[in-house]
Design a protein around this ligand. Structure first.
Ligand SMILES: [Zn+2]
Length: 376
C-alpha cells in the first residue's frame, strides 16, 4: 500500500488507484477490510470489524436521527470449480461477471498461499470456425491457464477448488480526468466514505452517523442486513456506482452521463429473480437535492431496471421502517475490467454527502411515501 495523504481529497486519484489494486472478491474482503480499518485507526477513530469483515465507524452522536452511510468493499470475480488433469482450471461466476469479456483476459487466482497469475484461454483465432466467432461462451465452458501441465502442479501452486479469482488489475488514465480500471464498483464509494470521514472529523454532521464498509454486496446484497441490526439506523444512505449511458450502445436509455455529477436514484429494480430494488424516501430525495444545490454540486436523476444495491431490502428491515436512498457515482462499462469514471463526479458526490450529513439528523421522516407528491 502506498502512503495515503493526510487528507484523502488531496490525492483522490492516487487513493482510488490503490483501493482498486487491492483484490477483494465477495466473501474474501479481508485485505481491503484491514487496510480501511488501519486507515481509520490512524485517524484516531475506532472502527469495529464484524464477523463478516464489515468495517463500521461512528462519527458523532448528537441528538436527532441515526444515519448509516454504506459503500461495499467487495468486487465480483470467479471461483475455481474444478481442476483439469491437464492443469487447466474450470470456473464459475462469483457475482454478475459478463462472460463475453472474459476470453483472453488476465485473471488472478487468490490462494491461501498467495496470488497466482493466469490467462483465460481463447481458441486460437486461426483455427476458429466462422460460426463460433460471434458466440459468447458461458463461464463453465471457459478455462484458466496458469502454465501448469497437471493437476499435481496446480496443487503445488496451492490452488484449490473454491479459491476466488479477480480480473488482473489495470489502471489507465484517460482524457478529461477519467480513469478506467477493474473495480470502480464500488471503490469509488469506498473512497467517497473515506473522504467523508475526513470531512466529518473537521465539521461533524447532525444526529448519530455511522460509516460502514460492507461485504458480499455482489453476492446478493447480504452483509448490510447485519449492519442494520448493529446500528439500528433511522436513515440509510447507500453509496455505489450508477451505470452511465453516454456511450453509443446505451445512448438515450437513461440521462446518466460522466461529468454530470452525483446520481440520485429515484427508482431501482433488479428484475432478475431477486425482486430487490429501492424507491428512496421522499425526505431524503429532497435532502439530497438541497445538499447539491447548497454546494453548487452537479446532480443527475436515475430511474433504472437491472440494478440492485445494498439498500434494496433495508427499508423494511426495522419495525418502524428505515428511510433509505441510493447516491451513485456514474460509471461506464459496469462489471467489466475497464469500468470508467470521471474524478469530478466523485468530488461532487463527496460534497453532496457531506452537506447531507449536516442536515440529515433533523429531516422530517414521518412524512413518508404517502406524502411524496404535491397537491392534486
Ligand atoms: Zn456496486
Amino acid at each position: 500500500m502506498t502512503a495515503w495523504p493526510a487528507n484523502i481529497e488531496d490525492d483522490l486519484g492516487g487513493v482510488l488507484c490503490d483501493l482498486c489494486s487491492m483484490a477483494a472478491p465477495s466473501g474474501h474482503e479481508d485485505r481491503l477490510s484491514a487496510v480501511v480499518s488501519e486507515h481509520l485507526f490512524a485517524r484516531g477513530l475506532t472502527p469495529i470489524t464484524d464477523r463478516l469483515g464489515q468495517v463500521g465507524v461512528t462519527l458523532g452522536s448528537g441528538p436527532g436521527h441515526t444515519t448509516l452511510v454504506m459503500a461495499h468493499l467487495d468486487q465480483l470475480g470467479l471461483v475455481v470449480s474444478a481442476i483439469d488433469p491437464a492443469g487447466y482450471l474450470r470456473v464459475q461466476r462469483l457475482g454478475g461477471v459478463p462472460e463475453r469479456v472474459l476470453p483472453g483476459m488476465r485473471i488472478t487466482v487468490h490462494t491461501y498461499h498467495g496470488d497466482v497469475p493466469t490467462v483465460v484461454g481463447v481458441k486460437s483465432h486461426h483455427l476458429t470456425p466462422p460460426e463460433e466467432k460471434y458466440r459468447a461462451l458461458p463461464a463453465n465452458e471457459l478455462y484458466l491457464d496458469c502454465g501448469t501441465e497437471s493437476a499435481e502442479e496446480v496443487a503445488e501452486l496451492g490452488v484449490r477448488v473454491g479459491d476466488p479469482c479477480t480480473y488482473g488489475f489495470t489502471w489507465s488514465v484517460l482524457q478529461g480526468g477519467r480513469v478506467a480500471t477493474t473495480s470502480l464498483d464500488d471503490r469509488l464509494g469506498v473512497a467517497a466514505l473515506l473522504a467523508l470521514a475526513d470531512r466529518l472529523q473537521k465539521e461533524p454532521g447532525s444526529g448519530s452517523i455511522h460509516l460502514a464498509f460492507t461485504t458480499q454486496e455482489e453476492f446478493h446484497v447480504r452483509g448490510a442486513l447485519a449492519l442494520v441490526q448493529r446500528y439500528r439506523p433511522d436513515v440509510v444512505v447507500n453509496v455505489d456506482i450508477a451505470p452511465s449511458t453516454d456511450t453509443p450502445d446505451l445512448h438515450g436509455s437513461s440521462p446518466v452521463q460522466l461529468g454530470r455529477g452525483a446520481v440520485l436514484s429515484r427508482m431501482s429494480f433488479h428484475g432478475r429473480g431477486t425482486l430487490g430494488g429501492l424507491i428512496p424516501h421522499p425526505a431524503l430525495v429532497r435532502g439530497v437535492e438541497e445538499s447539491a444545490l447548497e454546494r453548487g454540486a452537479k446532480l443527475q436523476f436515475e430511474a433504472v431496471i437491472g440494478v440492485i444495491t445494498d439498500a434494496a431490502f433495508l427499508p423494511m428491515a426495522s419495525g418502524d421502517g428505515i428511510a433509505a436512498v441510493d447516491v451513485g457515482i456514474p460509471v461506464r462499462y459496469t462489471h467489466s475490467p475497464v469500468e470508467t469514471a470521471q474524478l469530478s463526479d466523485l468530488t461532487a458526490t463527496i460534497e453532496v454527502l457531506h452537506s447531507l450529513m449536516l442536515r440529515v439528523g433533523s429531516l422530517d421522516l414521518e412524512r413518508g411515501f404517502g406524502h411524496s407528491l404535491g397537491p392534486r
